[in-house]
Design a protein around this ligand. Structure first.
Ligand code: SF4
Length: 70
């Protein structure tokens, strides 16, 4: 069989990377790379910021992807 199809996953670049104020901060630091890998370039649908942005809600600057605040 030579036919292949893309597997369906939610992983991939988050569509809010350009508008998310946290993303530039996360991506600028190696120490914060964890968040980028897990959420921004991973399961972004689980990100609390993504959820609020998608629903048109305000997003606190200190809201982390896991829903906690720093
Ligand atoms: S922090 Fe969340 S909303 Fe922002 S770019 Fe990463 S996954 Fe998207």
């Amino acid at each position: 069989m030579s036919q292949s199809s893309a597997s369906e996953t939610t992983a991939g670049p988050c569509p809010h990377m350009r508008s998310c104020r946290l993303f530039p901060i996360l991506s600028a630091s190696n120490a914060l790379d964890y968040w980028v890998g897990v959420y921004c370039k991973g399961e972004f649908t689980k990100c609390a910021r993504h959820d609020r942005l998608t629903r048109g809600l305000t997003v606190a600057p200190n809201l982390l992807p896991n829903g906690k605040k720093i």
